[in-house]
Structure formats: C-alpha cells, structure tokens
Design a protein around this ligand. Structure first.
Ligand code: UT7
Length: 322
C-alpha cells in the first residue's frame, strides 16, 4: 500500500476585506460583540464575478509552485466546495482545464465545512491503491454568496477563500490516518433550505441562504471536535502531547479554544486564523495549514492533526506527519 504525503501547500484570499466596522454599518451589531463572541475581526469577500474556481485556481497554482511540480504531473483533483460556480460541471473539472492537466479524474465533494478533510481522505485512498501518484486536493468556497446579509447571527462569521495541497505517493507516511463521519439528523441546525431539486428563489420563504441555530451548532461542534481528535489519536497510539500542530476548522475562536482546552493541548500549538479569515467553510483548514507552513511554524516531520466539522452534520480528521 502506498502512503501519501504533502509536498506543497497554497492558499488564496480575495482582495476585498470586510471589517467588523463595515458590518456595524450594515446590521445591528458592534465590533466588540463580534470579536468577543467569535474572534473574527475581518474576513475576505470575493469581488463581483470572482468565483470559487478563481479562488481555487490561485491556491492550486501556489501549491503546485511550492511542490515544485507542473500541473501536468497531477493525475487526480478532488475539490471540497458547497458553492460551485455552476450546478454542473464541477469546479474540479474547470480547475483541471484551467491548469491544463487533462484526462485524469476530477470531481467535487460536498461536505460543507468538512469538504477539505473529506477530499484529503478520498485522495489518500486513491494514492493507497496505486491509482493515483500525485493528487491536487482543494478546499474552496465563496460562502458569502449564500449568506443573508441581514441575518446578524450568521453574516458576521463567514468569508471567502481557497486552500490547496499536493499529495504524492510515498513509502512512508505522510498521512498516518484519516476518518470521516456524517449524521444527517442534524440537517436543520445548519443548512440552506433550498436547492436545485427542491427549488429556490430569492424570497424569504425559500431563500438560498445559510440558516443556522448557532448555539446548538456550537455545542455539537465543540464536543465533536474533541471526540474525533481523541478517537484518531488513540487508534494510532498517540495522545495530544504527540501533536505539534492542531489545525481545526476555523469556525469560531471560542470553539477552537474550547477544543484545545478539552484535549489538554496548549493553545500555542493550535493554528488559529479566525481573526483574519473568518469561517471560509471548506477552505478554512487548508488555508490555516498554508499560513502556518509559510510563516515557518510548521516544520518537516511535525505531527499535524486536521479537523473538520460542518453542515449535515459532517465531521472528520486527518492525522499526518508533515
Ligand atoms: O462552520 C460550521 C460551524 N459553525 C459554527 O460552528 C458556528 C457556531 N456558533 C457560533 O459561532 C455562535 O453560536 C454565534 C457566534 C453564531 C452566536 O454566538 P452565541 O453566543 O451562541 O449567541 P446567541 O446566538 O445565543 O445569541 C445571543 C444574543 C442574542 O440576543 P438575545 O436573544 O440574548 O437578546 C442574539 O440576538 O446575541 C444576539 N446576537 C447578536 N448581537 C449583536 C446574535 N448575533 C449578534 C450580532 N451582534 N452579530
């Protein structure tokens, strides 16, 4: 069985920054409330006409450059997104076309904020079977396009972005383990109550906007992020003390802090990009990974624990040696 290891990371945030002061002018809120309850100070918003595929392309090119390989060396693209440019074709196929690496499999994965973790798990299994030698794994979302800018309970949280990694077959891990989960019972705690098959319009009754029961999601998220971390560590004979860097889904500063505390992991060993990124859905984990790789915090051979949690609910973790 082949192992899969990361040979390059990349990230991209759109230029436009939306600050809490900007939000104070749009909705009934205060910058202090947003910082205190979420930790978010600013988030990036895609320009009109700028799409998920645009963000994914920037992040992917940076990951390819960091890996030192050409796009034609990629034989699989798996892309986590909930906000594709089109109903079809997938963002992954359009990304493949733009990068110029035709012919190999390319597809999107819809697991909301867990999209990247799902994509990593899938790509590593392709590599394990020998079907794939080098995979481009992307998390990209323009979540602000499905945010109701009058709903102060959600619009303060989300931003746009993309992150990518190149995985390559290797003799040793690399990815030590990855685990995915889902439980559809929680659908209505965090969802867009509209869609292609059920229909949608821009009226309030059937809007294509995110709806969230925030405090209920919060509780499940904290519990789940702790549970999956312990589960994957225990299964591999490790404890939190073995983890150099925890990279959780960047949902809310308080969720991150509570997760680290419950795991007994010092916050200094957790990558926290909530303040400047907000929640970028599937992009949040690979963006945070890329930030910490590029600023030198993450070093080769560090043990990383990536965690995702999102609508569905979906959740999962990837344990790896960088
Ligand atoms: O990516 C998927 C995972 N998503 C998440 O993990 C999100 C999880 N949830 C959260 O991050 C938090 O629940 C929120 C940040 C969304 C909300 O924080 P909270 O501490 O759970 O607040 P709450 O919803 O319980 O609301 C408390 C109060 C309410 O007022 P009353 O009813 O007590 O008078 C809200 O109306 O805060 C009010 N409120 C606000 N006030 C000022 C809600 N949003 C705002 C706001 N500004 N933006």
């Amino acid at each position: 069985m082949n192992h899969a290891r990361i040979i390059g990371t990349g990230g991209y945030l759109p230029e436009k920054v939306l600050t809490n002061a900007d939000l104070e002018r749009m909705i009934e809120t205060t910058a202090d409330w947003i910082v205190e309850r979420t930790g978010v100070e600013e988030r990036h918003v895609a320009a009109p006409g700028e799409t998920t595929c645009d963000l994914a392309e920037h992040a992917s090119r940076r990951a390819l450059e960091a890996a030192g390989i050409e796009a034609r060396d990629i034989d699989l693209i798996v892309l986590g997104t909930t906000t594709p440019d089109h109903v079809f074709p997938s963002v992954a196929t359009q990304l493949q076309h733009r990068l110029g690496c035709h012919g190999g499999p390319a597809f999107d994965v819809q697991a909301v904020c867990t999209g990247f973790v799902y994509a990593m798990d899938i790509a590593r299994r392709f590599i394990a079977t020998g079907a794939t030698r080098r995979a481009l794994v992307v998390g990209a979302d323009t979540f602000t396009r499905i945010v109701d800018w009058q709903d102060r309970g959600t619009c303060i949280l989300f931003g746009d972005g993309a992150g990518a990694v190149v995985l390559e077959a290797a003799d040793e891990p690399g990815i030590i383990d990855s685990r995915l989960h889902a439980d559809g019972r929680y659908k209505e705690l965090l969802w867009v109550p509209a869609g292609v098959s059920s229909g949608y319009d821009r009226t309030r009754q059937n809007a294509a906007f995110v709806e969230m029961r925030g405090s209920e999601v919060f509780k499940v998220a904290v519990h789940t992020l702790k549970e999956i971390a312990e589960q994957i560590l225990t299964a591999n004979g490790m404890t939190a003390a073995d983890v150099n860097w925890l990279i959780p889904h960047q949902a809310n500063r308080r969720i991150l802090a509570a997760t680290a505390k419950r795991l007994g992991l010092p916050e200094e060993r957790m990558v926290d990009c909530v303040r400047l990124h907000g929640n970028t859905s599937a992009a949040s984990v690979p963006l945070a990974l890329d930030v910490a790789v590029r600023d030198g915090r993450i070093q080769r051979d560090d043990i990383l624990l990536l965690e995702g949690f999102g609508g569905g609910f979906t959740w999962g973790a990837v344990l790896l040696k960088y």
